[in-house]
Write a protein that binds this ligand. Sequence first.
Ligand SMILES: [Zn+2]
Length: 385
Amino acid sequence: MSVPSVSEQLRYFNQQRPKIVKTIRQLVEIESPSDVKQAVDRLGTVLASRFAELGGRVLVHPAAKFGNHLQVEFKGSGKNKTEKPVLLLGHMDTVYPIGTISKMRCRVAKGLLYGPGVLDMKSGIALALHAIEAMLKWNTGKLPRLMTILLVSDEEVGSTSSRLITEALARKSSAVLVLEPAQGLALKTARKGICEYTLKVTGKAAHAGLDFEKGHSAIVELAKQIWQISQLTDIKRGTTVNVGKVSGGTRANVVAAEATAIIDVRVSRMGDGIEIDNRLRSLKTFNRNCQITISGGMNRPPMERSAAGTGLYDKATSIADELGWKLEEASVGGGSDGNFTAALGIPTLDGLGGVGEGAHAEHESVIISELPKRAALLAALIARI
Ligand SMILES: [Zn+2]
């Protein structure tokens, strides 16, 4: 059997549509919040057997606090002895607590498939399964090239336990394709870097009526700091500084001895992240009797729009051209594990998962008619890297 043309591949995936939907439903119905290890492991076991059925070699990376991370390897045609694998990167965890499925039922309505995690990113995992299955069929039981799939279990909570695995596998790969949802219909060629800081102010407590002047309010100091920090936002440059949480004080009649702010910083460039970090670490107090400490730093480096990443994007657009649709690229504020791999200089293209809306929200859904196109794009891209 010879490998079909991309338009024939798309026709094949259109026929496979009910099966793709069935797989997504199966994955959505196994709830997998990041913080419930057994739940994520249950999904991991099901996925391990689906990939093993296709002939993948499954490796489990045990994690103590999170679900185990799943690595699957597929052999290529063997024609190119020096070839490096393509890494498909995804995550099994979702932001939804156990029981959400009973309120946010997995259901089809008006061409959309709804459910917790359906877009972010269980449809992406299902697309990978079906793309691999099809490629095996078209290439008489072998994939056109070496492939590694890594599905981590802690992406929604910062990827602390999986980051080193992701980075180690990316270094050995020729390219990374990230199964996160598309942005509208677009692929993601740039993502902002994310930093989180905690700013803690210590003042001096005093009775607000008897000894007011002996106190040094940590809250007043923090309020001034917040105003100052907020000036670091530069929308045009893509830098945002958001003080998202504040706490402090004990009661209304006490001058507050302590106050804390949690700050989310997003940057488009690595250099901007370093600059903001320096500015935050050199903050001075307004009230000399207060002390400030700042902790935290960059969690995910920015995925800058790089020549290598856009080379992959160009390949994807030419595939889309052949299929008669127009693909676009987007730069987004949210991060993914693709930020880690792009920062290592490995060509990375993100947003290859489902198309839909409402990630992390009650109306989370994927557009069913877009699924075959995304599967066709993924399969053709893997074959051409
Ligand atoms: Zn995601």
